[in-house]
Design a protein around this ligand. Structure first.
Ligand code: NAP
Length: 282
């Protein structure tokens, strides 16, 4: 379904956007403008390239310019969490934010990546993580949000497999009593295996782990969505595993941001079709 074109912005249009570096390939403008149009809101969303080190200034600019909402991507997630006036409990735990909300001149920091993962999995796979044994490959920003959310949603065990041991151990802490430092051996016994590294992105054909250990008993999620199916996800599918890419998480973390900014429920179908058209996946 094609959306009705949005009217041109006027002097009263609310402005939201994404800050990051790089940011020009971000799908967020497509997702959020589709969401605003679907709800008939006089809002617009643009991409702001903001260089590393300027996250604090971007938060100040948000207050000065009255930007109603900002999505935040690399490399600013930690800096904006620090510069905000308020932090949600999830941001306090992770030390990183992916969403800022301006309310009466004050900036509140949120992180919707974890809830985006949980809700994306529920919507796409009909799955909850409650009681599951999970192996997470990676311990960066995305992995930390997913680990924290899965622990909060009742996962039975979360094994974190990471190249850098110190970062791996710090991510395990986020899982509380159910977290362990993992190795490839933990993948065999896991119900759910998640790649939260950028391995496989773009033209990268390398693999985050050996897909030969994956079987039909595994559900496998690659947080990468470009390409739509990474070499690892393809091999997992060929091993009989049930596979999902990172698009459901992307969609649901954006929907949660839309809800925080507008107080409205996002029209997921319209957002998904606009993004899929942009990626030629319609
Ligand atoms: P990040 O903070 O830079 O963390 C990257 C993680 O991957 C680190 O744990 C790093 O290990 C590991 N890693 C990087 N290159 C590796 C390699 N060649 N071999 C093994 N491990 C490697 O990045 P991020 O923000 O967490 O993003 C990770 C991925 O998730 C990206 O592809 C991103 O696009 C995707 N993502 C998707 C969504 C979504 O909505 N679907 C949302 C956020 C992120 P070390 O600690 O050892 O350096």
């Amino acid at each position: 379904m094609r959306l009705t074109p949005k009217p041109a912005p006027t002097g009263t249009t609310a402005v939201a956007g994404v800050i990051g570096d790089p940011v020009h390939h971000s799908l967020s403008p497509v997702l959020h403008n589709a969401a605003f149009a679907a709800c008939g809101l006089d809002w617009t969303y643009v991409a702001f390239p903001v260089p590393a080190g300027a996250g604090h200034s971007a938060v100040e600019a948000m207050r000065t310019l009255g930007l109603r909402g900002l999505s935040v991507t690399m490399p600013h997630k930690e800096a904006v969490a620090e510069a905000a006036d308020h932090r949600s409990p999830v941001v306090e735990a992770l030390g990183a934010a992916n969403c800022l909300v301006l309310d009466r001149g004050l900036v509140a920091a949120h992180n919707t990546d974890g809830v985006g993962f949980i809700e994306g999995l529920a919507a796409e796979a009909g799955m909850t993580v409650h009681g599951l044994s999970i192996a997470v490959i990676g311990a960066g920003g995305a992995a930390r949000a997913v680990i924290h959310a899965c622990a909060g949603a009742g996962a039975a065990r979360i094994a974190v497999i990471n190249r850098n041991e110190t970062r791996g151990r710090a991510a395990v802490e986020l899982a509380g009593g159910v977290g362990v430092v993992g190795s490839d051996a933990d993948i065999s016994g896991a119900d759910l295996v998640i790649n939260a590294t950028p391995v496989g992105m773009g033209g990268d054909r390398s693999l985050p782990s050996d897909p030969a250990i994956l079987t039909p008993s595994h559900t496998v999620v690659d947080l990468v969505y470009d390409p739509w199916e990474t070499a690892w996800l393809k091999a997992a599918r060929q091993s009989g595993a049930t596979v999902f890419n990172g698009f459901p998480m992307l969609l649901h973390q954006a929907a949660a941001q839309f809800g925080l900014w507008t107080g409205r429920e996002a029209q997921l179908a319209e957002m998904a079709s606009a993004a899929r058209r942009e990626m030629n996946r319609a």
